[in-house]
Write a protein of this length. Structure first.
Lengths: 460, 230
């Protein structure tokens, strides 16, 4: 059963199914590869809303923003339809997890697929209104999405009575103003309402009371985009890839000293070793793999040996003591100071704590200062244990998971690389001279994946 | 609703007193016609009884028009929505993209989070500090450049990178940085000064909303400048 036409390029490219670097974002380009045919068929009667929701459930799609919560299950938490409380779809495009830039690529290169996903998702959850909350720094993405929304309205893919089906779907692009915490779904909702992005206490969950106090579904860009292929191929079709608990394909954004960093779509359960060696062309010449952060800066770090055993799916990551997270793969090369790396991450979490809960507001500052003390050679003997203890006591004691996101890397950096921390304390200085290795001039092992397009470089 | 302006006004004045930039250059400011039109359009995008949602887009628009979010700008934004000043003040101080003091013509933000640091961001930052003779967080004495270390800007695969005003410059080498800064210094009009209101202000064609009701039930489109009716 195929609804609409939707080409899969290669063996598994369902989202990045176009020539990278070509002008893939205009409506005409999207339509030429089957764009909006799934929405047309669906609204034309191929699915009733509940059937589509059933397919999304059956697909096993899990939230691609980091938490991995089953998308279909989330949708099913909506209370019964109540006309006085119109349901809202909010697309979480506040991609700020360090190491993650996959949503940016979707929005810049394939914005219409996200919009088609919005139409389908709205249909399935019986909503007529979508807000796409994009982080304010992503000007090219905001520009592309804005243009795509205008094109889609003009062509009748959005608006009132789409394709004569009687179904309405409105999309508003809303931009943030610089706050990592707005990636947390209730923080995002607060921000969308014009407030500080401080996460809410749950329950009530957004599905019951979300933005403007209406029932709200918040999903990541990649999750909503994946709905297009699921509607096309059906839930079982999506399960052609991956495992029982990790179905489908996933986008990974790879950074660090590899030859071809960038965003790659691969099936779930793809070995990290292959992602590194095939897609990314291997490590830069002369740099060996030292450690891996597999799912954005918040997940536990693993050493090279473990990294090479990981398959990129939820179960395998958990089995090896880490999490798939957002798919922000940060590759760390030999010669990198792990204490300094942690210090950089903790500076980030301290900066981004919203200040609402004491363990996080105070704790992120404390652990940043202790880590920086160790890095700068001012640490005393008990500091490593103190750092671990404070991180440990921040976990599970706050409204949202930002404190946990700071605690996990802290604890894992100490667990996996404790000898480096001890060496800092023993020597009273950073053995790496308070610097990162100079990889600036090593690059060039491969051409950058990203095309040069006018919106990325304004100097001709 | 105009009394809202006075609520929390004291806080803003106290803030003003602590600012070195006195008097506030934004006395008696007013949005351009384009911004006013955009404001009216923005009103249609959010429910009538939740106009507080306008704060972020309107404040972003104000920063584009007036350069930075001085206390007067905050008060002005509060008065046009209208909402209590303190609500705008909260937003202006919470989000990093709102500048609470004037910044240079070129806002250089070098990402120094982990992915970029691994690829040389700290070297780039130090290089610019030396070149411009300022520390991160400072503005050159001629008002041309403000340098900041920024947290992850989502350009990890093309590190090191630097955001200059709205533009990302990626895959930087020190030579690129030198060339770019020299070019910006020589040609201050390189990038148009005209504020692009469409950025950071939300977008999407308008739709009408019922007076007090939910967002979704209307069928009458409102024609927006630059858009057709739907």
């Amino acid at each position: 059963m195929a609804v609409g036409t939707y080409p899969v390029v290669g063996e598994h490219l369902t989202i990045l199914n176009y020539e990278r670097g070509s002008e893939s974002w205009p409506l005409a380009s999207y339509e030429s590869r089957g764009g909006y045919s799934v929405a047309k068929a669906t609204l034309g009667g191929s699915y009733q809303p509940d059937d589509l929701l059933g397919e999304v459930k059956a697909s096993g799609l899990r939230g691609r923003g980091g938490a991995g919560f089953p998308t279909g299950l989330k949708w099913s938490f909506l209370p019964p339809v109540d006309d006085s409380k119109p349901r809202q779809l909010v697309v979480n495009a506040d991609e700020s997890e360090p190491g993650t830039f996959k949503d940016r690529v979707i929005m810049e290169e394939n914005p219409h697929m996200l919009l088609e996903g919005c139409v389908l998702s709205c249909y399935a959850i019986r909503s007529e209104s979508t807000y796409i909350y994009i982080r304010g720094e992503y000007v090219p993405a905001i520009k592309r999405m804005t243009a795509a929304v205008e094109e889609a309205y003009a062509a009748g893919h959005l608006g009132e009575n789409i394709y004569g089906s009687g179904f309405n779907c409105h999309v508003t692009v809303h931009s943030g103003a610089g706050a990592y915490i707005c990636g947390e779904e209730t923080g995002l909702i607060e921000s969308l309402e014009g407030k500080k992005g401080q996460p809410r206490i749950k329950p009530p969950f957004p599905a019951v009371e979300g933005v403007f106090r209406y029932p709200t579904i918040v999903n990541n860009v990649e999750s909503i985009t994946a709905v297009v292929y699921i509607a096309h191929a059906g839930g079982q079709g999506y399960r052609a890839w991956g495992t029982e608990k990790s179905a489908g394909t996933k986008l990974y954004s790879v950074s660090g000293p590899v030859k071809r960093p960038g965003v790659y779509e691969v099936p779930m359960a793809y070995p990290f070793k292959d992602l590194l060696n095939n897609e990314c062309g291997g490590m830069l010449d002369g740099v060996a793999l030292k450690a891996l952060i597999v799912g954005g800066s918040s997940v536990p770090v693993v050493n090279a040996e473990t990294a090479l055993k990981i398959n990129m799916d939820y179960e395998s990551c958990e089995e090896h003591g880490t999490l798939l997270g957002s798919g922000g793969v940060i590759v760390i090369g030999e010669g990198t100071c792990m204490v300094r790396s942690l210090m950089v991450l903790l500076r980030f979490y301290h900066h981004e704590s919203c200040g609402q809960c004491t363990p996080c507001r105070e704790g992120t500052g404390w652990i940043e200062r202790i880590c920086s003390r160790i890095e700068n050679g001012h640490a005393s003997d008990g500091d490593i244990d103190e750092l671990y203890r404070i991180a440990d006591s921040m976990e599970l004691r706050t409204i949202c998971t930002l404190a946990d996101a700071a605690a996990w890397p802290t604890k894992s950096f100490i667990e996996v690389f404790r000898d480096e921390f001890e060496e800092h304390v023993k020597q009273g200085k950073c053995p790496h001279g308070n610097t990162f290795p100079d990889h600036l001039n090593l690059r060039g092992g491969g051409a950058p994946q990203r095309r040069e397009d006018p919106e990325h470089a304004f100097i001709a | 609703m105009s009394t809202h302006q006075e609520i929390g006004g004291g806080d803003v004045d106290r803030e003003a007193a602590t600012l070195q930039y006195n008097p506030d250059p934004h006395d008696g400011i007013e949005f351009s016609d384009a911004a006013k039109q955009r404001l009216e359009w923005l009103r249609t995008r959010y429910p009538k009884d939740h106009q507080r949602a306008l704060i972020l887009p309107v404040l972003s628009m104000a920063q584009r028009e007036f350069g930075w979010c001085s206390p007067k700008v905050v008060q002005y934004v509060a008065s046009v929505i209208p909402v209590p000043v303190i609500q705008v003040e909260e937003v202006a101080t919470f989000y990093t993209m709102y500048n609470k003091k004037p910044i240079g013509r070129w806002h250089l933000q070098v990402c120094h989070n982990l992915s970029c640091s691994l690829m040389g961001a700290e070297i780039v930052l130090e290089h610019i500090e030396t070149k411009l003779d300022i520390h991160r967080g400072e503005t050159t004495s001629d008002g041309q450049f403000t340098l900041m270390g920024a947290e992850c800007l989502g350009s990890c695969g093309t590190a090191p990178m630097m955001q200059v005003n709205d533009h990302y410059h990626e895959n930087l080498t020190l030579q690129d940085v030198d060339d770019l800064i020299d070019k910006l210094r020589a040609e201050p009009d390189l990038e148009s000064d005209a504020p692009n209101l469409a950025f950071g202000c939300g977008s999407g064609p308008s739709r009408a909303l019922p007076q007090d009701g939910p967002v979704l039930t209307s069928g009458q489109g409102v024609v927006v400048p630059g858009h057709g009716a739907h």
